[in-house]
Design a protein around this ligand. Structure first.
Ligand SMILES: *Cc1c(COP(=O)(O)O)cnc(C)c1O
Length: 386
């Protein structure tokens, strides 16, 4: 057997030769529109902090107060002695924000998916998911042991034919459909009404990941399901607390019985130390802020900035805060990102395995905290690329 170090350096060289090597870039400032990196100050168009809440005074005040009330750590899992009132309070806030019976928080969206999907389906069941679903949904589906079928992105006809197939081939099995409300790398929306109707026709369940919808889509950022009046027809709601909500962690929301089941069966909930009460308090403050006039004003500012970028770039108005600029080749995307960085603009290249091979792109995100002058600077830099 070869030495581990030698073996890994061989593997890394292959990654590098494919133009896919990734490295970390530590930030020395709070998150925001301008961040301090080792290469200097850059204008940030890469963050999912869509409303500028990650460094917002309301969240910081809530976090400081929580430290004084509850300390920093939890010392145990939720089911042992780490369940703090701050967690239950956050879950109450999520429940009323999402207008559902109950919610359960997880330490991350990744953990929420990995715990929830295998708690709902297993061997002999079927999971049907959109081709562009996030890695955590794919991994959760694999971990469940269910048979997996993938439908082309947003193709409800193909979803319907998979549902028919599942019903014929596995008449006694549970069928779970996975979709996102806003797709994380393309920024487009799911045809949620048609998906709900399809899954209902075939008696399947639907889990909807609103990671990029919460805080952005619909009144007060309640998400796409609420916006379309479909909350009660989505069986399992998922959202993250670390993107537009500016903190970290995630939630699964829906019925009381779903919450109780996950407390008993979601392994990523059971076998992990409870997340910090400080984070729970910050996330709760973010959701409370969203429901105020100030919160709605931030969301409107985000929409205004997106409209401004669309106008300058002559694009259709984006459906979300994510604006992909498709380039195709991996090296092309890396080169464009590097050229923008030389101009002081941070716009990440997204490539395989985050997206399909040959579907590399710049993934730029606009936030409520950007100023019009900064959007203009971005638009003119993008124009020089072409
Ligand atoms: C970011 C993301 C997740 C994972 O959430 P984390 O809290 O970052 O682990 C899940 N689903 C989608 C669609 C995402 O974009």
């Amino acid at each position: 057997m070869s030495d581990l170090g030698e073996e890994l350096s061989l593997r890394l060289r292959e990654v590098e030769e494919a133009g896919l090597l990734r490295v970390l870039h530590p930030v020395a400032s709070p998150q925001g529109v301008e961040i301090e990196t080792r290469g200097g100050r850059v204008l940030n168009f890469s963050s999912n902090d869509y409303l500028g809440l990650a460094n917002h005074p309301a969240l910081k005040v809530a976090a400081h107060a929580a430290i004084d009330r509850a300390g920093v750590g939890t010392g145990a899992s939720r089911l042992i002695s780490g369940d703090h009132e701050e967690h239950e309070r956050l879950e109450g806030i999520i429940r009323s924000f999402k207008r559902v019976e109950a919610a359960l928080s997880f330490s991350s969206g990744y953990a929420a998916a990995l715990g929830t999907i295998p708690a709902l389906v297993g061997d002999g069941d079927v999971v049907i998911l959109d081709k562009l679903c996030h890695a955590c949904l794919v991994d959760g589906a694999r971990l469940s042991g269910a048979v997996i079928r993938v439908f082309p992105h947003n193709n409800v006809e193909k979803l319907e034919s998979h549902l028919r197939w599942a019903r014929e081939k596995y008449p006694a099995s549970k069928v779970l459909v996975l979709a996102e409300s806003v797709y994380s790398m393309d920024g487009d929306l799911a045809p949620l009404g048609a998906i709900v109707e399809a899954k209902e026709r075939h008696g399947a369940w639907l889990m909807l990941d609103e990671a990029h919808g919460v805080g952005v889509v619909g009144e007060h950022g309640r998400g796409l399901a609420d916006h379309l009046g479909l909350t009660n027809r989505v069986d399992v709601h998922m959202g993250t607390l670390g993107k537009a909500l500016g903190a970290s962690g995630a939630y699964i929301a829906g019925s009381r019985i779903l919450r109780e089941h996950l407390v008993n069966r979601a392994r990523s909930f059971i076998f992990t130390t409870a997340s910090s009460p400080v984070v729970a308090a910050a996330a709760g403050a973010a959701i409370e802020l969203l429901q105020t006039a100030d919160g709605e004003a931030l969301r409107q500012r985000l929409m205004g900035n997106l409209a401004c970028l669309a106008e300058l770039r002559k694009l259709a108005r984006p459906e979300s805060a994510i604006v992909p600029i498709m380039l195709g080749a991996e090296e092309e995307a890396v080169r464009a990102s590097k050229a923008l960085l030389d101009l002081g603009l941070l716009v990440p290249a997204v490539r395989y395995p985050t997206v399909a091979k040959g579907a590399a792109r710049l993934r730029l995100t606009v936030t409520a905290a950007h100023g019009r002058d900064q959007i203009e600077r971005l638009a003119s830099a993008l124009a020089t690329l072409a």
